[in-house]
Design a protein around this ligand. Structure first.
Ligand code: ADP
Ligand code: MG
Length: 287
């Protein structure tokens, strides 16, 4: 026999539909509707907006939020070492880089055409920054992205091979719409490593886009990959449909720190001249 309480707990009567609604909205995965429906209802009531428009407004909010959440998930899945965009990239610092081409590439249409990008240049010229910004742009345009370095990718492949899960990794690597392989050239690869890397590029050929950055000009890639035959075959696939970004110039980092050193030297000089200055007027006495 159920015992009826003599009075309903406070809030239960008015709370029940809200509780059920919250439960259902969670089940339907509509967190924004859940968060906003009450506030938007009050706004709509005040503005005399009818029910279909109220519902439309709520659903639109959910869609906008869902898109944002999907982009955030794609960015996390890409495993960028840092999130960088073109907003913080100073094109004037690297005149050898074709800005128009880069901005065109930032539209990510090359990914639909399954074309590749190779950024070549000495250290510190912004290759990784540009690759990250292109990766971010691709995530925002709805493409799946994976970021790695050549060395990390090769050791991942070797490990997968040893653990007999190479096929799965290769399938995963072939499936992303944009694979970014940073820093090809800093570490020479073993012959197995080079073969495995070649297979990745080969499997992606005309199926997905790849961005490669390297500090070495093409003629030196044999040093990294070990074999001329393999380098030829790899470059053949990679450069069939490709945009090449030439990024030769002064290291941005060095320039920045040189700038800081100059600023520090100036500050020191100022201090020194202040030390000589008249303590009351701050003026440097003229002889
Ligand atoms: P690389 O990969 O060519 O060695 P990075 O992209 O790592 O160079 O650049 C080194 C640092 O300098 C990074 O912090 C990067 O964000 C910054 N940087 C390089 N070039 C630029 C630039 N043109 N504008 C703004 N920041 C830059
Ligand atoms: Mg780099």
């Amino acid at each position: 026999m159920s015992k009826t309480p003599d009075h309903m707990p406070v809030g239960t009567m008015s709370g029940t539909p809200q509780v059920l609604l919250a439960h259902h909205l969670k089940q339907l995965k509509l967190p924004t509707v859940l968060r906003e429906y009450d506030k938007v209802a009050r706004e709509c009531a005040q503005a005399g907006i009818d029910h279909p428009r109220y519902l439309l407004r709520l659903i639109e909010l959910e869609l906008i939020d869902r898109e944002r959440r999907t982009i955030e998930r794609r960015i996390r899945a890409a495993r960028f070492p840092a999130v960088k965009s073109f907003d913080t990239f100073d094109f004037t610092a690297i005149p050898s880089l074709n800005k128009m081409l880069v901005l065109e590439l930032a539209r990510s249409e090359y990914i639909l055409r399954r074309e590749n990008i190779i950024a070549l240049g000495n250290s510190g010229t912004g290759k990784t920054h540009v690759a990250l910004a292109l990766g971010l742009a691709a995530c925002q345009k709805g493409f799946t992205v994976a970021f790695t370095t050549a060395a990390a990718l090769v050791s991942q492949l070797m490990e997968a091979r040893d653990e007999r899960r190479l096929l799965k990794l290769q399938r995963d690597l072939a499936a992303v719409k944009l694979l970014i392989v940073d820093e090809l050239g800093y570490v020479p690869l073993s012959s197995t490593g080079a073969e495995l890397l070649f297979e990745v590029f080969s499997q992606r050929y005309e199926r997905g886009s790849t961005i490669v950055t390297s500090n070495l000009p093409f003629e030196d890639w044999t040093q990294v990959l070990g074999s001329e035959r393999l380098t030829g075959a790899l470059l053949d696939r990679l450069t069939h449909h490709v945009s090449i970004l030439t990024m030769n110039g002064d290291s941005y980092r060095l320039k920045q720190s040189a700038g800081r050193r100059r600023a520090a030297a100036r500050a020191e000089q100022n201090q020194a001249s202040h030390a000589m200055a008249d303590p009351d007027t701050g003026e440097i006495p003229t002889p």
